[in-house]
Design a protein around this ligand. Structure first.
Ligand code: ADP
Ligand code: DP6
Ligand code: CO
Length: 381
């Protein structure tokens, strides 16, 4: 997360404050899907993700506070969203303001001429947020979006909270956002408390723990998904019988095993669990009634291709080359493939061979280096 201290801006006699941050997306390898409390955004299971480098996919959010503003307003990608009617936006802003008020009440902040008259917690905000990648297309825009919003609020209000506490505020905007408050391999501990005090993110291992790990982002479609993550998971909780089994007996074991795999750099276990969990998440979506289909034919072809890659034999010895890549799909058709540095070139060649770019082809760097392979429509195959 790139965040700087807030700036004071003087426009004539009027003092204003501004904070600007950039936040990364994260792609889960153990998926969060299902809420036990939809107001506080408390999940039915813990989850784990990798935060990608923000050099490419990111949200940039700038917040300005002025005594002259009459209402909190937010523009997302240039279009105004209604803050007052969005519970998620207003919850995050209200929570950050409450912490600011606490600082003001305890005289823990230095009052300036401007804030002596009326404390900063009472000033209205104008928020500008831009995602530099498709919004609501299954590439975790709600994660980087709410992470950026909360970090910018924290900087603007000079909150003295640590990242764990801030992760609880961003969780109120979108569950997956709490994991974007940290870099590297991050777990969202689901917690049990009805208040949400034990539902937060923490860093299992920094990105530097496994520097050869890369993520390839394959943009299959830029389109907005038909079923938002929020509504999809709510229907799943209410209708899927597979879902209960997943939450109770499968996820806890997988989570434990994948954390061990990460800590011991065991790529093949990491990859196997990642692929199985993605597949099960999509199976649970299909078990939802009416069913939800996030993956399309291109997504399925990518699954086959990765299994083909993983089943290759060494040309001389005939020994299996082993599991060297793992796909995962969020709530959308776009794929993220995790692989280690030494296999990236071969993998990219294989993918480019089967999926020659329909539109633009560009190679980009995430986590720390990953590549946007292609943008292809479903009928391209
Ligand atoms: P995704 O797969 O992209 O996370 P979701 O269905 O989970 O899709 O969430 C998409 C929604 O998240 C958007 O419709 C918008 O309401 C919200 N969102 C996305 N980006 C931002 C942002 N930068 N700031 C605030 N809210 C955002
Ligand atoms: C499939 O965090 O977008 O990407 O909490 O309702 O905003 P809300 O949902 P969201 O759900 C993410 C679902 C997922 C899996 C994951 O990121 O763990
Ligand atoms: Co989302």
């Amino acid at each position: 997360m790139d965040s700087t201290k807030r700036a004071s801006i003087y426009t004539g006699k009027n003092e204003e404050y501004e904070a600007s941050v950039t936040s990364p997306v994260n792609i889960a390898v153990i998926k969060y899907w299902g809420k036990r409390d939809s107001d506080l955004i408390l999940p039915t299971n813990s989850s784990l993700s990798c935060t990608l480098s923000q050099d490419d996919l990111h949200t940039k959010t700038t917040i300005r506070a002025s005594r002259l503003f009459e209402a909190d307003r937010l523009w997302l990608n240039g279009v105004e969203e209604q803050v007052a009617t969005s519970k998620r936006l207003s919850n995050c802003i209200a929570q950050a303001r409450a912490f600011r008020k606490e600082l003001e009440t305890n005289s823990q902040v230095v009052e300036t001429i401007a804030t002596k008259e009326r404390p900063l917690s009472e000033w209205k905000l104008h928020i500008i947020s831009e995602n530099n990648f498709p919004t609501a297309a299954g590439l975790a825009s709600s994660a980087s979006g709410y992470a950026a919003l909360v970090q910018a609020l924290a900087n603007l209000f000079e909150l003295t909270l640590d990242q764990t506490e801030l992760s609880k505020i961003s969780r109120l905007g979108s569950g997956s956002a709490c994991r974007s408050m940290f870099g590297g391999f991050v777990e969202w501990r689901g917690g049990e408390s009805p208040s949400g005090e034990d539902s937060y993110a923490y860093c299992v291992a920094p990105q530097s723990h496994w520097p050869s790990m890369h993520a390839l982002v394959l943009v299959v479609s830029d389109d907005k998904k038909g079923t938002s993550s929020t509504s999809g998971m709510s229907t799943t909780v209410n209708t899927s019988t597979l879902f209960a089994e997943r939450v109770k007996s499968i996820v806890p074991k997988r989570l434990q095993k994948i954390k061990e795999a990460i800590l011991s750099h065991d790529f093949s276990t990491f990859a196997e669990i990642t692929m199985q969990d993605s597949n099960q998440f999509h199976a649970v979506c299909m078990d939802t009634y009416p069913p939800i289909f996030y993956m399309n034919n291109t997504s399925k072809a990518i699954v086959h291709l990765v299994h083909l890659f993983n089943s290759q034999l060494h040309p001389e010895t005939n020994a299996p080359k082993g599991i060297r890549a793992a796909y995962t799909f969020d709530a959308g058709p776009n794929a993220v493939i995790y692989a280690e540095e030494q296999h990236i070139k071969e993998l990219v060649q294989l993918i480019s061979y089967f999926f020659p770019p329909a539109k633009a082809q560009s190679f980009r760097a995430y986590f720390p280096d990953a590549y946007k392979i292609f943008e292809s429509s479903d009928d391209h195959l």
